[in-house]
Design a protein around this ligand. Structure first.
Ligand code: C2E
Ligand code: CA
Ligand code: CA
Length: 715
């Protein structure tokens, strides 16, 4: 539908134009006005599609009308046709200037009127369509712009929500340390108002101490323009929860790339740390007692060593080993043993101070790192206290179990530079304490290590010596000075050590007694001495005895009578030609058992001598109860006899008493004629010593027999 307005002061024209207009198209609505002002009023309120106006009208001409119309709202682009007389060109010009769209000549050609107006209406319709389309396009454009903005706004909001709910403390600060933003997790954590926080110094938010460290690190980010490597820190929340965080700091840049802020994000790793700590605890503690284990002790030792380097006091490592615990454990069972170890651990815990470290190294082995030691005396006193505590300890739950401890102590820095060396040396000292019977402590001494090392190689060498037949027997003659006859020889062990030469027993026998090699060695001695003596017996030298020295270990570990009987039968030696030398200490060890053995040996025909007499704890009255035939006065008395009247008196007393008991008395260590003289004066006739004959190999002694006793061959 189109609306057409017609303005003409003449009624006839109005009617003709109205009819013509109505005939343009079937749905045309026509409004006709005789007065242009009336028309303007109406047009101001009613939009039309085409205006047809006469030029020459009273009150207002066509040009003025067009101008006025164009000035009305929404009428700037309505097509306006002005009807003028052809000749009046100036009218046309004026109408055009005022904004007319087209002209029609008066009198109007009906056909032209209809064609022109129809075209203008069509144009108008297109115009309106275009405008509408542009409108909707603009509308649509505006709509989409709005939705895009909304989408961005939404996503920013969502991002903020995400940032707020992350379990991460997130904040950003500017160069002056003022908060640029802070997420909800952080404001919750520190219990501050998120709105008030922005723009305020961060210190007000996270506390002064935290903020100071933060500021230093932030400055680092500002100056380097680089992110910092992640670091761990502990922060305390408003409600006093202490949590662990892994914190990273990265620079925030503006569009030019300049650093304008620092973003700090701290991830809560408390749970992770707890698991880590638990695992660490398990790796550093002994599950039975809950005490630190060897690993943790080593760490503590390393720490103490480092502190000592910085000038801290010295410290001591006490290595505690329960005596005979294994056997007890076997008897009572492992659960009782475990319970006892736990109780010992608890008892030791009472002995140590806060700054000391008590550890269980495994089995029945504990260790204490005693820190802040002033003197060795402190160390010894502490060790003694541990010994006493363990010896006196009774666990009410396992009252049947009692134990003592052997403790080895190494003191830093003298006894070791690193944990391994300290442990090793404490261990050596502990074995020393154990070797001396246990229930004792022993401080490490520098020579222990060297001793332990040479002991090791000596043991190996002694085994080789046995296998390679490197041992030799020397014999030292014993004389009866009243007749000058050889009454016997003492077999003395020598080691022909490769690369060393002949070595005396003092250099290796103590070691052999400690490691048990004395048993096979002495068996060899006994067999060799018997075999040699068998040769002398066959060559019919005068009746004499071969004396063999016995070790205390043999009587403890071996059936000596049986062993001796077997060797005698193997070698074919007459038992009366064999004498065994025992020290008083052997006899005292287990008097009844040894007395039995000695009686047995006597029955076989073997004689017994007590060696080094006077140096032990026995007395003659005591010896007389034993089946002993001879005593050998120790060298020390003989040596001092000439200077010390006391020693002389002792020798005299021994000889008198010995004789009254029917015992032969031999004096050892006769080195000078003066010694011999002195012995003669006190009535001692049987002697042995360098003066009369040094220990010598088998061949030399055989020769001596021949020379010293020309009667031998005939006897
Ligand atoms: P012992 O049984 O008291 O042996 C006597 C030691 O005194 C021997 O030393 C001998 O060489 C030495 N001697 C002898 N006369 C004199 C003297 O006039 N002056 C000095 N200063 N010394 C003299 P050796 O051979 O070194 O033996 C030392 C010890 O080794 C022996 O002391 C003995 O206890 C032990 N021993 C030696 N051979 C054996 C053995 O085969 N088995 C065992 N179990 N012990 C042995
Ligand atoms: Ca001897
Ligand atoms: Ca002796």
């Amino acid at each position: 539908m189109a609306i057409v307005a017609i303005v003409d002061d003449r009624v006839t024209n109005r009617n003709i134009f109205s009819k013509l207009a109505a005939s343009i198209a079937p749905d045309i609505e026509v409004h006709a006005f005789g007065n242009p002002r009336e028309a303007l009023d109406w047009l101001a309120a009613n939009p039309v599609d085409l205006v047809i106006t006469d030029y020459k009208m009273p009150e207002m001409n066509g040009a003025d009308f067009v101008r006025a119309l164009r000035a009305t709202q929404g009428a700037s682009d309505i097509p306006v046709v002005v009807i003028t007389v052809y000749e009046e060109r100036s009218y046309r010009l004026r109408a055009l200037e005022a904004g007319a769209t087209d002209f029609l000549n008066s009198p109007v050609d009906h056909h032209e009127f209809i064609t022109r107006t129809r075209n203008l209406l069509t144009l108008r319709r297109h115009q309106k369509l275009l405008a509408e389309r542009a409108d909707t396009l603009a509308q649509e454009l505006a709509d989409s712009e709005r939705s895009r903005e909304r989408a961005i706004r939404d996503s920013i909001e969502r991002l903020a929500q995400v940032i707020d709910t992350l379990p991460v403390l997130i904040n950003a600060v500017d160069r002056e340390g003022r908060t640029l933003f802070v997420n909800a997790f952080e404001t919750d954590f520190f219990g501050v108002d998120p709105v008030a926080a922005v723009g305020r110094p961060l210190a007000e938010l996270i506390g002064k101490a935290n903020a100071e460290r933060n500021q230093t690190l932030d400055q680092l980010v500002f100056t380097t323009g680089r992110a910092l490597p992640a670091f761990e820190e502990n922060l305390t929340s408003a409600d006093e929860r202490r949590r662990s965080f892994l914190t990273t700091k990265t620079p925030l840049r503006d569009h030019t790339g300049a650093v304008t802020g620092v973003l700090t994000s701290s991830l809560d790793i408390t749970a992770h740390k707890r698991t880590e700590e638990h695992l660490r605890y398990l790796a550093h503690h002994d599950p039975l007692t809950g005490l630190p284990n060897r690993t943790l002790l080593s760490e503590k030792l390393r720490g103490s060593i480092a502190r000592a380097r910085r000038g801290d006091k010295i410290f001591a490592l006490h290595l505690i080993d329960l005596d005979g615990f294994k056997a007890v454990n076997d008897v009572y069972g492992h659960s009782v043993g475990d319970r006892f170890l736990q109780a010992i651990g608890a008892r030791l815990r009472e002995v140590v101070r806060e700054r000391d470290t008590l550890a269980r190294l495994g089995g029945d082995e504990f260790a204490i790192l005693q820190s802040d030691v002033a003197t060795n005396y402190d160390v010894a006193e502490f060790s003694a206290r541990i010994c006493e505590a363990i010896a006196a300890f009774v666990d009410p739950e396992t009252p049947q179990m009692k134990s003592t401890a052997s403790i080895g102590v190494a003191i830093h820095p003298n006894d070791g530079a690193d944990p391994e060396e300290l442990l090793r040396n404490a261990d050596l000292a502990m074995y020393k304490a154990k070797g001396e019977g246990g229930n004792a402590y022993c401080l490490f001494a520098a020579d222990m290590q060297a001793r332990a090392r040479s002991a090791m190689s000596l043991e190996t060498d002694l085994r080789t010596a046995l296998a390679n037949d490197e041992f030799v027997l020397y014999y030292q003659p014993q004389f009866d000075v009243s007749t000058n006859a050889i009454i016997g020889v003492e077999a003395l062990l020598r080691w022909n050590r490769p690369g060393v030469g002949i070595v005396g027993p003092g250099a290796f026998l103590p070691q052999a007694e400690e490691n048990g090699l004395i048993i096979p060695i002495n068996e060899w001695v006994l067999r060799k001495a018997c075999a040699d003596a068998r040769i002398w017996q066959r060559d019919a030298f005068p009746l004499f005895r071969v004396a063999v020295n016995m070790s205390p270990i043999q009587f403890r570990k071996k059936n000596v009578p049986l062993q001796v009987a077997r060797i005698l039968s193997e070698t074919g030696l007459d038992p009366r030609r064999l004498e065994l030398e025992l020290t008083e200490n052997i006899v005292m060890q287990d008097i009844d058992a040894v007395a039995n053995d000695l009686r047995e040996l006597n029955r076989l025909g073997i004689s017994i001598a007590i060696d080094d007499f006077g140096t032990g704890y026995s007395s003659l009255s005591y010896i007389k109860k034993l089946p002993v035939q001879r005593i050998k006065i120790d060298q020390s008395f003989v040596r001092n006899m000439t200077q010390d009247p006391n020693d002389s008196a002792i020798v005299r007393a021994i000889i008198t008493l010995g004789r009254s008991l029917g015992l032969e008395v031999v004096a050892e260590g006769v080195e000078t004629p003066k010694h011999l003289q002195g012995l003669r004066e006190v009535g001692c006739e049987l002697v042995q010593g360098y003066l009369l004959g040094r220990p010598a190999p088998f061949a030399d002694i055989s020769e001596l027999f021949v020379r010293a006793s020309p009667l031998a061959k005939t006897a």
